[in-house]
Write a protein that binds this ligand. Structure first.
Ligand code: PEP
Ligand code: MN
Length: 344
């Protein structure tokens, strides 16, 4: 249920209603909008609770949340959520661009990429230090050494750092180096990991599982939000279908659907979504046109020799061209985007 407070409700009335909600054995989740404050009362729905809350001082109305996810729903919070950390801002009309290698491989590879993506207009640097690989024999990442290189790249370029956390054991370590934690597609339904990142203050990029339905993605986000971390970014990175001309199938309609159902910002990852470097710029441009709040693009100084995902990584020139094209589209639809310089 949502307890909608009156526009002129006092702080005392709001605190009182939070106590009333908790007194009924429900969890109170407060959202202070520009117009009014609402209190989500999360827990098992009982008809008598609704009438008990309706009579509270300063209460405008008590309405049920119909969606299975509650805190993530637009019913609770109609205004879009903007996520901001360091150089990285996205949502509510601002496009964020996260770019960098699939894996952090060495200092030269990461630093050269960081400098170029920054110049081209990216607002955050990505790079995997803990890598979820299909085969245990593939490169697993540099682990803490990779995190140190990412922190050094932030130091030099000012770019916020995005990196994946694979296990609950590593959450504190990764959060001590990175600005934004990524939950990979394979871990979208690792509920203990979701709760763990719900208990830190870093924003979280939650990638859609390759066979997860939209409601499952939103319920996974709910696990993080429910623990008190409001900064969740949903990332469409493609799903598994019968189609084999792309690595995954990238549904851009997810942007429109999610914007309709949730206030959380939506990121598109055309690199994993297509699995082919030649398709990435077209899909990135389309994602901007459809209103995505952020892009995630894999970039490598020499994709041919990348230790992971080289076939879908852009070289510096290709990334710079993508950014020029996306900037034109963003400007045409009044979306704010960092204007980079042409590289190479
Ligand atoms: C990645 O971002 O490099 C990655 C492993 O992505 P996903 O979890 O979407 O496969
Ligand atoms: Mn990758």
């Amino acid at each position: 249920m949502i307890v909608v407070m009156q526009k002129d409700a006092t702080e005392d009335q709001i605190s009182h209603m939070i106590e009333r909600v908790e007194g009924l054995g429900l969890k109170a989740h407060v959202i202070r909008g520009t117009e009014r404050t609402v209190i989500a009362a999360i827990g098992e729905k009982r008809e008598e609770d609704k009438s008990a809350l309706e009579s509270g001082m300063g209460v405008s109305e008590v309405v049920p949340i119909l969606a299975p996810y509650k805190v993530a729903s637009r019913e609770l919070k109609p205004e879009p959520t903007k996520v901001s950390v360091g150089s990285f801002t996205m949502g509510a009309g601002t496009l964020g661009v996260v770019a960098g290698p699939c894996s952090v491989e060495n200092e030269e590879q990461l630093m050269s990429t960081a400098r170029v993506v920054k110049k081209a207009g990216a607002t955050a640097l990505r790079g995997g230090a803990f890598k979820p690989r299909t085969s245990p024999y593939s490169f697993q990442g540099l682990k803490e050494e990779g995190l140190k290189l990412l922190a050094a790249a932030r130091e030099e370029t000012g770019l916020a750092v995005v990196t994946e956390v694979l296990s609950t054991d590593d959450v504190d370590l990764v959060a001590s180096y990175a600005d934004v934690l990524q939950i990979g597609a394979r871990n979208m339904q690792n509920y203990r990991l979701l709760e763990a990142v719900g208990n830190i203050s870093n924003p979280v990029i939650l990638k859609r599982g390759p066979s997860a339905a939209m409601d499952e993605l939103l319920l996974a986000a709910e696990y993080i939000l429910n623990e008190g971390n409001p900064n969740v970014i949903l990332c469409e990175r493609g799903i598994r279908t019968f189609e084999s001309h792309t690595r995954f199938t990238l549904p851009l309609a997810s942007v429109t659907y999610l914007h309709n159902k949730t206030h959380l910002p939506v990121m598109i990852d055309p690199s994993h979504g297509t699995g082919h470097a030649y398709m990435v710029a077209d899909m990135a441009a389309a994602a901007v046109a459809v209103g995505a709040d952020a892009l995630m693009i894999e970039v490598h100084p020499n994709p041919e020799v990348a230790l992971s995902d080289g076939y879908q990584s852009l070289n510096f020139q290709q990334f710079s061209d993508l950014m020029t094209r996306c900037y034109k589209i963003a400007s045409a639809i009044d979306v704010t985007m960092e204007k980079g310089e042409l590289v190479v």
